[in-house]
Design a protein around this ligand. Sequence first.
Ligand code: FAD
Length: 262
Amino acid sequence: MNIIVCIKQVPNTMDVQIDPETGRLKREGVESVINSFDEYAIEEGVRIKERTGGKVIAVTMGPPQAESVLREAVSKGADEAVLVSDRAFGGADTLATSYALSSAIKFIGSYDIILCGEQASDGDTAQVGPEIAETLNIPHVAYIKKIESIDKKSIKVERMMEDGCDLIESPIPVLLTVVKEINTPRIVSLKGKMAAKKAIIKILNASDVGADTKRTGLNGSPTQVMKIFAPPQRTGVGEKFSGSAKEVAVALVKRLSEIRII
Ligand SMILES: Cc1cc2nc3c(=O)[nH]c(=O)nc-3n(C[C@H](O)[C@H](O)[C@H](O)COP(=O)(O)OP(=O)(O)OC[C@H]3O[C@@H](n4cnc5c(N)ncnc54)[C@H](O)[C@@H]3O)c2cc1C
């Protein structure tokens, strides 16, 4: 099986701050990491390869510094790494992002399974995976927590639902988005670290992948972020009780019964 894993470089969300002047995320000096859901996608890709043979190709669209997440993917078992990078891809919304990634995937050619994370921790839309599948005109199944079985023509997967699981069979090629319950990513080995250091990262631009630049970046984005802001802190709500633990507990019970919660 040839497996393509789409991975995104995201800011370490604990550190993200918004510039009050420009309303943009302050990315300078903020550590970038691999989107956590994508680590599970890489691990699952490597496990499928170990079962069926073939190779895992990690793909990211982003600026040159996104190379670091591709090296991380190689350290975790990916065989090849592709950086899709061009100024023409800048300012992309999810539609333009998925178009650029689909163009790169078409260029890469033969694939059986495309794996994505459930969502990215910064954009958080969970749209890119299904949009890639729609652009490539292949089936997709989201929120996969288990691969039951797989052969050359079809795959059976468990999709996580709020109140249980769906067992779904799909023809191959297929795009799957995975949840964290699917596996426990392995610890990177010394061999993996060495492979990551030596890996040759293939860089593809818009013309390499034959992308129509009317459909990429800002040009290809029907949606634009008008403003990013932290919601104002709510004031005047909430009550604080002080005193000893016993006094606070008594005051809380009295207040809750006054407002008929208990
Ligand atoms: C309405 C709207 C407007 C936007 N406008 C802008 C803008 O003007 N400028 C701007 O810079 N950004 C903009 N963004 C952000 C940009 O669209 C997202 O960073 C990008 O499209 C990915 O979407 P996401 O983060 O929601 O990913 P999700 O859809 O949540 O990601 C799901 C999965 O898709 C894959 N994936 C996602 N992105 C990539 C990637 N780049 N490479 C490889 N795999 C990937 C990963 O497997 C990931 O786990 C906008 C977003 C929205 C919703």
